[in-house]
Design a protein around this ligand. Sequence first.
Ligand code: HEC
Ligand code: HEC
Ligand code: HEC
Ligand code: HEC
Ligand code: HEC
Ligand code: HEC
Ligand code: HEC
Length: 401
Amino acid sequence: MKKILSICIFMFACHEDHTSPSNMTISGSTVGSTAGSTAGSTAGSIAGSIAGSIAGSTASSTADFCAVLNEVLIPKCVVCHQTGATFPDLSAEHASEILTLQSLAHPDRALITPNQPSASLLYRKMAGMQAADEGGLMPPGRMPLVQELSIVEAWINQGASSVCNGEINQNTKHHPEGFSDPNVHGLELKQGLQNCRDCHGNTLEGGVGPSCDSCHQPDWRTNCTYCHGDTVLSDMRFMPHAQHLTNPLHGNWDCDQCHIKPTDVLSEKHVFDDSPAKAEVDFSQGLSATGVYDGNGGCSNLYCHGSGKVTGSYRQDDVKPDCTGCHSSSNLQGRHRKHLREGVSCGECHSSVASGSNTVINGDLHVNGQIDVLFQNSNMNRASNRCTGSCHGEYHGGETW
Ligand code: HEC
Ligand code: HEC
Ligand code: HEC
Ligand code: HEC
Ligand code: HEC
Ligand code: HEC
Ligand code: HEC
């Protein structure tokens, strides 16, 4: 990754009154497809059990239509389900119609069946209990909204009245106050709490919510330091990131030694994947292509922590390996042991890489996937694995290694 200085020094003046959500329509097909793929597969199973446990505990609580409007439909649904946008219209003026509406996709199924939550499509989709042909979880996401679900359930159980005599919440903004603060919405993206693409468009160029580009610096999507910062990640799950990226023992490595390296925020398996806020370790593009990560800072079957021929294992909290940590005389092959016993140093046979037996002089040639043999003594010669010439006081007449 390029080491670019953080360029968060200028902030674009962002108009707070950017495109109002009511001017925008949302395409059922874009949202539907993200929602279906994220929610349909994961949420369904978790949701069933959550819904089950809520059902018992809230059966006796009360919830009138005001609570359903003010705490569920207006803050959580209207952003997409408004007049002229995604069916059904759940805005305050029209929400009472859900009692008489059938599903658009399945005209034989009621949105609400009084006293029967599980016979109500609206409830099923909020609980993640929808049938395979009934689309995704509502609102689109990974987990059902537990609190809101219990309000809807209590309301249906009590007969689903459509009368609200109390005050109706007029604030239909989706995000809480202060969400435009980078520390708030940036963190929410990093934690993967909601899928921004559900509302800000598949390409983040705008949906019912504004385009992310409307406020950000122009290169934010491809500028890796925009989210990852300058100094790579020293305080997270993998402490030795920095040591792996620059180290005098080897050339500078890039992220692709251990991850599929993305090129953009939207790259596949990067930010918006099935495991939000979790980095995938993937060695396939690097020197340790057959390495295995244990999910908790431990790696095995690594070329890089091996001897060049024998693979090795390592944990991030092990002590830093010295030369013999990777090159014990037992894992070096051929005639190494014999020569090392005689006191011949690594540098005498690997002079482009090492000097003596404990200094690497050219990191670019070390742990680079290539075994470099270059005799210090220029009369020595190795061909077809046979060595000829004089070294360490001994003549070699074409001996095999
Ligand atoms: C991010 C936008 C979005 C939000 C927020 C959202 N929905 Fe939806 N909703 C959709 C889309 C898109 C569809 C159509 C695809 C599907 O059913 O999965 C849909 C479909 C539905 C349907 C089925 C309609 C039919 O005719 O079959 C119901 C019921 C529903 N939503 C209820 C809700 C409720 C209740 C909430 C709030 C708790 C909510 N939705 C929040 C986008 C959204
Ligand atoms: C359910 C729909 C929905 C989802 C999911 C969503 N947004 Fe939004 N977002 C909106 C809407 C609608 C607006 C317009 C203002 C409002 O309603 O709060 C908006 C506005 C914003 C704003 C401007 C805030 C302001 O107060 O003007 C930011 C920043 C933002 N969203 C970031 C994000 C990020 C980051 C994510 C993902 C972590 C995300 N949003 C997910 C619907 C959504
Ligand atoms: C109302 C304006 C506004 C909108 C809309 C907006 N952002 Fe931001 N965001 C900012 C500002 C200001 C910064 C600070 C950096 C800059 O100026 O580019 C920022 C920074 C960020 C950061 C970096 C946070 C950090 O410092 O680590 C992330 C991540 C982010 N935004 C995600 C998003 C996403 C995703 C969207 C669209 C869903 C979005 N933002 C929409 C104003 C906005
Ligand atoms: C030597 C292997 C290695 C290299 C090189 C590497 N990473 Fe990682 N990275 C890991 C491991 C291991 C984890 C921990 C994954 C886990 O346990 O969830 C990780 C985790 C992460 C995380 C999640 C936060 C954290 O610290 O746990 C991010 C983000 C990340 N890496 C980004 C990068 C970027 C960007 C680069 C290149 C500049 C990079 N990594 C280079 C091995 C590496
Ligand atoms: C808008 C914020 C953002 C930007 C810009 C960004 N990343 Fe990331 N990146 C993340 C988040 C969040 C994760 C955590 C992983 C997840 O959610 O799957 C991550 C994870 C990673 C990982 C760990 C492997 C993985 O995909 O899970 C690597 C490597 C990485 N990013 C490299 C880059 C590179 C290279 C760039 C520049 C081309 C870049 N990132 C730009 C937010 C960003
Ligand atoms: C007398 C010469 C000689 C000395 C001394 C020597 N090597 Fe080697 N080494 C070789 C030769 C020749 C090969 C090439 C084997 C091949 O091509 O398969 C080799 C291969 C290697 C390999 C690849 C793995 C293997 O076991 O074949 C490593 C790692 C290595 N040497 C490290 C060292 C280290 C570390 C030292 C010092 C402790 C050292 N060598 C000392 C001659 C030597
Ligand atoms: C983390 C494991 C590791 C450590 C620590 C390590 N090496 Fe290596 N070394 C390797 C691997 C793997 C090779 C295989 C050849 C390659 O990929 O360059 C190698 C190869 C060598 C070679 C053979 C020449 C070549 O091809 O690079 C020499 C000599 C060598 N190492 C010396 C040293 C010395 C001296 C030290 C301590 C300063 C050291 N190594 C520390 C992993 C290590």
